[in-house]
Design a protein around this ligand. Sequence first.
Ligand code: NAI
Ligand code: MG
Length: 491
Amino acid sequence: MAELDKQQREVDVPGDWTYASAPESRDIVHIADRYGYFVGGEWLEPAESYETIAPRDEEPLAAVGQATPEDVGRAVDAARAAYADGWSSLPGSERAKYLFRIARLLQERSREFAVLESLNGGKPIKESRDVDLPLAAAHFFYYAGWADKLEYAFPNRRPRPVGVAGQIIPWNFPMLMLAWKVAPALACGNTVVLKPAETTPLTALLFCDVLRQAELPAGVVNIVTGDGRTGAALVESEDVDKIAFTGSTEVGKEIQRRLAGTGKRLTLELGGKAANIVFDDAALDQAVEGIVNGIYFNQGHVCCAGSRLFVQESIYEPLVAKLERRLSTLRVGDPLDKNTDVGAINSAAQLEKIRELVAAGVEEGAEIYQPPCVLPEKGYWFVPTVFTNVAQSHRIAQEEIFGPVLSVLTFRTPEEAVEKANNTPYGLSAGVWTEKGSRILWMAQRLRAGVVWANTYNRFDPSSPFGGYKESGFGREGGRHGLEPYLEFDE
Ligand code: NAI
Ligand code: MG
């Protein structure tokens, strides 16, 4: 390196290769001053509002309604009316046309949605542009394809819709989670009341304009905004037939308690503490990219994030050295800058939680590494962090941090890797890095995780089911499996 530096100084070339700023223009998206609730195809005025902000600089973006139980009741009534008034009995091929239209419109307006997603949520534009929006559109395309084939998906079982679905989503993938919830529900003939997360309501509200363009019948999709109280009102609403929830394990358990004995259907997609396991025969540089993608993608606000790295002892030192070197090249900053790798933390509350757990890691004796990094002055930021010397009992090895923080542990044998990886109350995902195909299969059979990635990480496709074991929840989203929660069967 030093030799290279010297040579560079001798020749007449620019020495500074830092990226010039390349911000995406926000002019493409229009944000209203205030928003109401989208109910029965119309906008209802909220009685009470709160301000939604941009986490990159705390700029107020819009006033958004805090829906009361009465507002939620109106939305559920609208969904029920639309269900009874034709949507549930519409031929699947007709429902499919609406879903195809929504998918096309999302593609056409994807840049607008991506800018708004990054502005309101803090994720880098290159992720919202290249991952969130393309996958959201792909989800609508995929389930449009199933709408008229439900009888082939479940031969001899005569599927019919469940009714009105109440759907509560989190702030880490606002549009993608909306698509995961809304697309299969509509494909199966249900109607929907959706509540986006309180910190990221704006893309769901913009989606109402896509519904208008697609001429979706009024009341088929209704959107109410607000915090956990609005979510709780939706869960408690008498006339909802099914609840689909993605969020914290704590709230998921609470919802399960509330619904026990009511006969309402429930699916839960909750937290995770995934193991990303690297064997000594793995392609190390490739593995480092997978580790970085696994934990620093979307600031680590990912339920399936590879937050526990298990490294085979013989390659521990070279791997950690490569990882730390790679970390120092990550660009942290403005989510709207096209060169940004790690954006803003979604909220002050989430930043507080990350800080608390990182402090606990230091306190309990793990060794912390953070690359030199200049953070913007305003807004919510956290430097990408690696902990080494982590013990299984440390809080940073047990609890979901949901931030850009990796805990590194070691193992000697495949058996030990499996035992340590499964030593968690969660079971959403895992990663395995090895040259050996038979070892991948051996590991995948033993890891208690809904998804096991091999020599890759965080790879998604609408045709592949996703969901957890244990405290990561139950039910599957995506694929043919993702239809089942939205269907009843006459048998
Ligand atoms: P949360 O579970 O409170 O929020 C998720 C959604 O549930 C939001 O729309 C929220 O308004 C709603 N909600 C909150 N309380 C509710 C209730 N009693 N009844 C019905 N709906 C309710 O998650 P929060 O507080 O935003 O994040 C806390 C932690 O949860 C994070 O630090 C992370 O560890 C985990 N989390 C996991 C997610 C995942 O994708 N599995 C997503 C978001 C958070
Ligand atoms: Mg909460």
